[in-house]
Each structure stands twice: as C-alpha cells, then as structure tokens.
Design a protein around this ligand. Structure first.
Ligand code: SF4
Ligand code: SF4
Ligand code: SF4
Length: 229
C-alpha cells in the first residue's frame, strides 16, 4: 500500500490531519498528533508540507477521501482506492469544485462561515496576511481583509496564521459537511466531530491500540490490528 502525495497540489489546508482516525499521544487537546500532518504537527524533520507516519497509518484512505486539493491517493495493488467509501462506511461528496488563479482545482468539503475582525491599517501587513490564505480567497482592503466566500474552504489556515498578527482575528465556523451521496456508517459521526472541530477533550490516549476510532475504522475495513503491525 502506498499513500501518494502530490505536493504541488497541496494547499496546506490541514483537513487530512483532522480526518485521520489515528490518534497518538493526546493529553489536553482534541487532536495533537495523527498519522498525517505538517512536520511540525507530526514532530518529524522534513521539508515537505505534509508527512505521513507510515508506522501508525492504518491505510483507511480517509485523508484522500477528504483532501480538497486532490493531492492524496491511496494505492492498493496498483489501484487508487478508498476502502471506507467502497464498503459504504463513508459517503461520496457531491463535488463542489472551484478553480484557483493558478489553475489548481479545489473542492469544498464543509459548509459554514468565516468572520474576520481587523484593526490593522498597514497595507503591507494586510497584504502579507491575505497571502496566508490556502486558496487565494483573501484580499487586502482599506483597513480590512475581504473574503471571497465562494473560494473559502474553511480550512483554519488563516485563523492559525492570525495568531501572529496582533490586530487581526479570524473565526472559522464549520457547520456541516457539503452534500454527500449515501448513508454512512456510525464511524461517520466520530469523523464528523473531528473535522467539524467538535471533538471533546480526550485524555490519556497514548497508543493506537487505545484509540477507539482507529479500532472502529479497522473493524469496518475487516482488519484487526495485528494484520497491520
Ligand atoms: S488535505 Fe490535501 S491539500 Fe489539505 S493539507 Fe492535506 S494533503 Fe494538503
Ligand atoms: S490513510 Fe487513514 S490512517 Fe493513514 S494517514 Fe490517511 S487517514 Fe490517516
Ligand atoms: S480564507 Fe482562511 S479559511 Fe478560507 S480558504 Fe483561506 S485560509 Fe482557509
């Protein structure tokens, strides 16, 4: 099995990190580390935007299922596959594709809203902040940051970046997934909670074997943990 990653398409939106059912070493945050994320999130040395911990990965394909940039592909026996969609555990999205200025295709996977509060007037700082956006949805105005809501994929990249800018604050509200086809299995609820940012505090999880969501996903794929170690 291979998880192919095309970095040229990656918009660093972080959805893969949030959807991954593997949870490693969580103490006081909803999600601290999964099997995929930025090198910083994963505590790994790399010059890539996104890295995978192949020792922890359970090859479920959830990250390629959600990836808004069509960046990830799970290859099993030379075929592109998403086992959790094939067995009906996850639904397929009704595609909501947008084309970015550089020609990249991106799709919206969640619906909701974004609120930007701006007290910054410095043009250079406003421009620099607008450039933090994953999709080019932000542009600087006069003492404000404008959002093209049609292009915004509600990815938290700008809300994280805003922490470095004293006079700009961003709140992203993910209300629901975009329309999907089919009836998903119960694992969907847990995955929804993670992606929509509604996961509660989970304490004391220190290994994959204690991770109920990853275990549930493996059962849905008809696998036991021993097969993957
Ligand atoms: S979900 Fe896709 S586009 Fe977003 S950070 Fe992960 S690999 Fe990159
Ligand atoms: S294939 Fe599944 S376990 Fe592996 S990184 Fe992607 S979401 Fe995580
Ligand atoms: S405006 Fe913010 S939340 Fe929307 S796509 Fe850009 S970085 Fe992501």
């Amino acid at each position: 099995m291979i998880l192919k990653y095309d970095e040229s398409k990656c918009v660093e939106c972080g959805f893969c990190h949030r959807v991954c059912p593997v949870t490693v070493s969580i103490y006081d945050e909803p999600i601290k580390k999964t099997a995929i994320g930025t090198p910083e999130e994963m505590g790994m040395e790399s010059d890539k935007k996104i890295v995978v911990d192949t020792e922890k990965c359970i090859w479920c394909g959830s990250c390629s299922w959600i990836c808004p940039g069509y960046t990830l592909e799970l290859i099993i026996n030379d075929e592109k596959r998403i086992p959790l969609v094939e067995n009906g555990s996850l639904p397929e999205f009704k595609e909501q594709v947008r084309e970015l200025e550089d020609g990249k295709k991106i799709r919206k996977v969640v619906d909701g809203s974004i609120k930007i509060t701006c007290e910054e007037n410095d043009k250079k700082i406003l421009e620099s902040f607008a450039n933090e956006c994953a999709t080019g949805a932000l542009s600087p105005g006069k003492g404000e940051i404008k959002v093209d809501e049609d292009l915004c994929i509600l990815c938290y990249k700008c809300s994280e970046a805003a922490k470095k800018y004293g006079k700009i604050d961003v709140k992203v509200f993910r209300d629901r997934f975009m329309e999907v086809r089919g009836e998903p299995a119960s694992v969907w609820n847990a995955i929804s909670e993670r992606v929509l940012g509604k996961a509660g505090k989970i304490k004391g999880i220190i290994s994959r074997s204690q991770n109920k969501l990853a275990d549930a996903v493996m059962r849905l794929m008809g696998k036991e943990e021993e097969e993957l170690t």
